[in-house]
Design a protein around this ligand. Structure first.
Ligand code: ACO
Length: 324
């Protein structure tokens, strides 16, 4: 028998304010047609003044705990993935811990930008499989609206704010791909590509927060290659065929990246969860938000095999295979 980190519940939260492509066309030289054609995005949510990453994270966490039928006091661990923390320190996870009224266990942040949720899931899975935690809350939460250059049409149209969370609980498994829970995680990074996607500020370099900068075309090229490769790696490790996968849950950066990546693996569009049209790219929050969407409306059911994948700044990328 082996320990598995099984998904006990999943929840999401989106800020109230909707920013449409038409709204953006009044702010920069762009159009609904250009944005839809190049990205598949129709609208995104924007956090209100005074609404921080920790607030979005706490709301998503409450929803996930509710679905799991658990209290914050049942948790041993919080791992929060974000590139937009409330403050440089302490970890935004400790803010969420406090908001939830949880005073025991450990809480910390993980930073792997858009692939942050995969990294955080891997960390929490390791804690559970090693017996260091019996339960964990894994959160992806972002307020990218705060680090966008709202005069740069090439980037400001692509992102949105939001949060998603998953509660994991230890269960005994057989060690096969038939087990429920996180089956495997696959992480990669390559720091040579820093200049293609980064924020031009930070406490140690410029003492400012900075703005997101991106060479979109180059990022696109790398994303399709790296994501297809890490998805194949996940399937080969578990010894499962693409046909065995019930759902692909991709990082929601761009519909064209999602389509060409899943197309390379021969995954039919009906098996791919898409939220980028309504959420845009919410970085670390995009996968747990997509999970919350599809589990919430009954598409993802217990026993379904889900392949999660993401890539972002660093570059850092990864995939996880999870039986729901
Ligand atoms: N509206 C209108 N025109 C625009 C806009 C806009 N919002 N943004 C750029 N353009 C213009 C450019 O100025 C350029 O004009 P020019 O030819 O006169 O110079 C033209 O459109 C083409 O620009 P490209 O950048 O070459 O356009 P491309 O087809 O590559 O689409 C996009 C840009 C959508 C950013 C695409 O490259 C992409 O999706 N890249 C992936 C980036 C991404 O998703 N990053 C997220 C983080 S990483 C991740 O999550 C995987």
């Amino acid at each position: 028998m082996v320990k598995r980190a099984v998904v006990a519940g999943c929840g999401g939260y989106l800020p109230e304010k909707v920013l449409t492509n038409q709204d953006l066309a009044r702010m920069v030289d762009t159009s609904d047609e250009w944005i839809v054609q190049r990205t598949g995005i129709l609208e995104r949510r924007i956090a209100a003044e005074g609404e921080f990453t920790s607030h979005l994270a706490a709301a998503a966490s409450r929803a996930a705990l509710g679905r799991a039928g658990m209290e914050p006091s049942d948790l041993d661990l919080i791992v929060l993935a974000t590139a937009t923390p409330d403050e440089t320190f302490p970890a935004t996870a400790t803010r969420v811990q406090n908001e939830l009224g949880m005073t025991r266990g450990a809480a910390f942040d993980v930073q792997a930008v858009c692939s942050g949720f995969i990294y955080a899931l891997n960390v929490a899975d390791n804690f559970i499989r090693l017996g260091q935690a019996e339960s964990a809350l894994v959160i992806g939460a972002e307020t990218f609206s705060r680090i966008l250059d709202w005069t740069d049409r090439a980037t400001c149209v692509l992102f949105g704010d939001g949060a998603g969370a998953v509660v994991l609980r230890a269960e005994e498994g057989t060690g096969t791909a038939e087990d429920r829970g996180v089956l495997s995680n696959h992480l990669h990074s390559d720091g040579r590509h820093h200049d293609l996607l980064f924020v031009d500020g930070g406490p140690s370099s410029t003492r400012t927060v900075g703005h997101l900068r991106m060479a979109g075309r180059d990022v696109f090229r790398h994303a399709v290659v790296n994501l297809a490769s890490v998805m194949r790696e996940a399937l080969a490790t578990a010894g499962v065929d693409p046909e065995d996968v019930d759902w692909v849950v991709p990082h929601q950066a761009n519909l064209r990246i999602i389509n060409s990546t899943s197309g390379k693996l021969g995954m039919p569009a009906e098996k791919v969860i898409v939220t980028v049209d309504r959420h845009a790219n919410t970085s670390a929050a995009s996968i747990p938000l997509a999970l919350a969407d599809a589990a919430g409306d009954g598409r993802i059911k217990p026993g379904d095999l889900c392949l999660l994948e993401a890539m972002g700044g660093g570059f850092a990328w990864g995939a996880s295979l999870v039986r729901w």
